[in-house]
Design a protein around this ligand. Structure first.
Ligand code: G3I
Length: 302
């Protein structure tokens, strides 16, 4: 193939990007988006604060614009994200206990229902595990409603959109030896054993000097896949955009049969949440970087 999406498709996979809705009027941006990618994640527009700014008043305009842009051009959509401790609307941030649990489940149900049939996979729960050496859950208002809040969210999402793949998504879960990786692994193993509806695990893969790519990444992907879930690289960016590191990430995904897609977290360096790290595949002027060539070659050679 001659584009990221077409080359990934030849390997039975997708290649996606995060999209910011307000950039869809930038023709330099949409030219690359429409040419290269066949999966789209809304960078912010499907988050809880965007979709339910006031309790029980749902707002889908910005998200619908991205979904319509993507689907009308044959791209698929990953939903991001139904339940998260961050980017909650103000009304939810101040809730706790059973009213919060009910509000969270209502949010999952309403949003998954709105996008039913339009979203191939949902990040049902995002970033629920703690950093550091505990391997346990992150403290949050949602966690304080009870340890079963994650499985409750997955069950609500399955009921609302039985056709969508349901994913758990997190960062710093790339290194197989890290406690956080093992904590998520144990949760997924437990969910599969008890029949909690989980289909996939997303590895954000924000690689930088503090949390670099490590060669056991492939072991991480294959170990999770062996639990009976798909694995996806959901928010890839690499500080400095080393071509060889990007190549390794792509080769690792291609080496794992159930690694069915890669999404980069933005198109041009100027679109990145870490723009100063120049971590993406295109320069700010829209030209392809060496990392782009490495990714394309890896997709075509693998
Ligand atoms: O839209 C408002 C604007 O009206 C306001 O003037 C401005 C002032 O700060 O803020 C704008 O909102 C910002 C929003 O991005 C849109 O640009 C928020 O402040 C800012 O916090 C938000 O950052 C996003 C971040 O998630 C929030 O947690 C990034 O764009 C987005 O790339 C980032 O994505 C996350 C994933 O969802 C989860 N994994 C980590 C990843 C990187 O942090």
């Amino acid at each position: 193939g001659t584009t990221l999406g077409a080359s990934a498709a030849e390997k039975g996979r997708y290649f996606g990007t995060a999209v910011a809705g307000f950039k869809l009027s930038d023709s330099a941006y949409t030219t690359i988006l429409n040419r290269e990618f066949n999966m789209v994640t809304a960078e912010n527009e499907m988050k809880m604060n965007a979709t339910e700014p006031q309790q029980n008043q749902f707002s889908y305009g910005a998200a619908d614009q991205i979904v319509n842009h993507a689907r009308s051009r044959g791209m698929s959509v990953r939903g991001h994200t139904l339940a998260w401790h961050s980017q909650q609307p103000g009304w939810m941030e101040s809730m706790s206990g059973s009213p919060l649990r009910q509000a969270m489940l209502n949010h999952v149900t309403q949003v998954a229902t709105h996008f039913r049939g339009q979203v191939v996979a949902w990040d049902v729960v995002n970033e629920a595990f703690a950093d550091g050496s505990s391997g346990g859950r992150r403290d949050s208002n949602l966690q304080r409603t009870g340890n079963d809040w994650i499985e409750a969210a997955f069950r609500a999402a399955r009921a609302a959109d039985p056709g969508a793949k349901l994913c758990y998504n997190d960062y710093n879960t790339d290194n197989w030896t890290h406690a956080k990786t093992q904590g998520v692994y144990n949760m997924v193993r437990d969910f599969k054993a008890r029949g909690v509806p989980i289909d996939c695990v997303g590895f954000q893969s924000h690689f930088n000097n503090e949390s670099p790519y490590v060669s056991n990444y492939r072991t991480t992907l294959s170990s999770f896949a062996a639990l009976g879930v798909d694995v996806q690289i959901t928010e890839l960016d690499i500080q400095g955009a080393s071509a060889s590191t990007y190549r390794s990430v792509v080769e690792d995904c291609l080496a794992v049969a159930r690694c069915n897609g890669i999404t980069v977290w933005g198109i041009r360096d100027s679109d990145s949440w870490r723009a100063s790290q120049t971590p993406l595949l295109f320069n700010s002027n829209g030209s392809k970087k060496p990392a782009y060539d490495a990714v394309l070659a890896a997709l075509n050679n693998g």
